[in-house]
Design a protein around this ligand. Structure first.
Ligand code: PLP
Length: 378
């Protein structure tokens, strides 16, 4: 796992280390897929109820995503559905630990082993979660991480891959030389954005910051979350993590324990404090110890609850609001997603809201959010 293995993030890939840093999490996924020799004609299985960054990474490699449904009223991949969707062309499966909730790894690993396909863990929400006492990110051949807005550690725009398999590490390392420093203008823009994030990111300003960020990224003045999907992969896929971000990340990683403790405290407030039957609490798999990136709830009154939260200035996120966030139904086929093919993912996207666990959430904010939600009846 990223921190425990004692890798402070290396400046590039150094001998003996298995952490490789990239421009974004999706580029780290791409680096892992390339290391596995995956490309045109291959398929990569991945769950619906994700963000478009994941298919971006898969498509950049030349492979096509195979969409797998999540568990009913859950957030992570369903092992039985995975078994049904695999084909002889499927060369890897991405297992996402959504919101920090570990996927049900035993049955998933069994299916993957049975088909002899490697598992890549998407740990973008899960830096410190454990499954049967073992950190997530260590179960597959490799894992990838993201350090942008909304992730457990925010360092700007950046990602990392951690490789657990020696042969794969050699191949990822050999390929790493093709990734260049990002252009100075992009690094500068990220730095400015990071400063703004630090100054403004707190529950009481959530809705204003969200709107401002959306407007700025539409105008191209901010580094948006998503690239246009086209025949040509975005230039991001040629870049590693910029040097200033690597330095910041190295400083931030030691704060992970403090962040995780805080997340646990906030989650405990939500778990006991949200008592309205209008909300369904998450049910992590047995033996798992989630550190929530955000605390998700399911409700049949999603739109109404979000509108009221905005008015009351309660931080409440809507993602993922579609099975491949933020794509609208008419765009789903552009990433190979057939509408209706993952009913659980579509249903959960229509019902999920999530509460903050980050360090700027004070216990009072969490209690206020719980009291706010309790005003809704089933
Ligand atoms: C954020 C995120 C990514 C991609 O991260 P980027 O750094 O934006 O490329 C991938 N998967 C999940 C689940 C994420 O939340």
């Amino acid at each position: 796992m990223l921190v425990e293995a004692g890798h402070t993030v290396p400046a590039g890939a150094t001998d003996g280390l298995s952490t490789f840093v990239y421009y974004r999490g999706r580029v780290a996924l791409y680096g892992l897929l390339r290391g596995l020799g995956i490309g045109r004609g291959d398929e990569v299985a991945t769950q619906a109820f994700t963000c478009v960054a994941v298919p971006e990474g898969i498509l950049a490699s030349g492979a096509t995503p195979v969409w797998v449904d999540i568990e009913r009223d859950g957030f992570d991949i369903d092992a039985d559905d995975l078994a049904r969707r695999l084909t002889p062309a499927t060369k890897a499966v991405v297992v996402q630990h959504t919101f920090g909730i570990p996927a049900a790894l035993d049955p998933i690993l069994e299916v993957a082993r049975g088909h002899n396909i490697p598992v890549i863990e998407d740990c973008c929400h899960a830096l410190a979660s454990r499954s049967n006492g073992v950190p997530v990110g260590t179960f597959g051949v490799g894992a990838f991480y993201s350090f942008e807005w909304g992730k457990p550690i925010v360092a700007g725009v950046g990602g990392a891959a951690v490789v657990n398999d020696a042969a794969l590490r050699d191949r990822v390392k050999a390929d790493y030389g093709r990734f260049r420093e990002p252009p100075a203008a992009r690094v500068l823009r990220t730095q400015v954005q990071y400063a703004a994030f630090c100054a403004l990111f707190r529950p009481s300003l959530y809705w204003q910051v969200r709107t401002a960020f959306h407007i700025l990224s539409v105008l191209g003045a901010a580094e948006g979350n998503y690239n246009p999907l086209g025949a040509q992969a975005a230039p991001d896929f040629g870049w590693r993590m910029g040097a200033p971000l690597q330095r910041r990340l190295t400083r931030q990683l030691p704060t992970l324990d403090r962040r995780s403790d805080h997340s646990r405290r906030m989650a405990a407030i939500y778990r006991s404090g949200v008592t309205s039957p209008a909300f369904r609490h998450p049910v992590p798999p047995e033996g798992s110890d989630p550190v929530y990136a955000r605390y998700p709830l399911l409700t049949d009154r999603k739109a109404e609850v979000l509108a009221a939260a905005r008015k009351a200035r309660v931080e409440l996120a809507d993602w993922y609001s579609t099975p491949i966030h933020p794509l609208e139904p008419e765009e789903w086929r552009s990433v190979g997603y057939e509408p209706g093919s993952c009913p659980n993912a579509e249903s959960v996207a229509g019902r999920v809201v999530s509460l903050p666990t980050h360090l700027n959430t004070r216990p009072g904010d969490a209690e206020r959010a719980a009291a706010f939600l309790n005003r809704f009846s089933a």
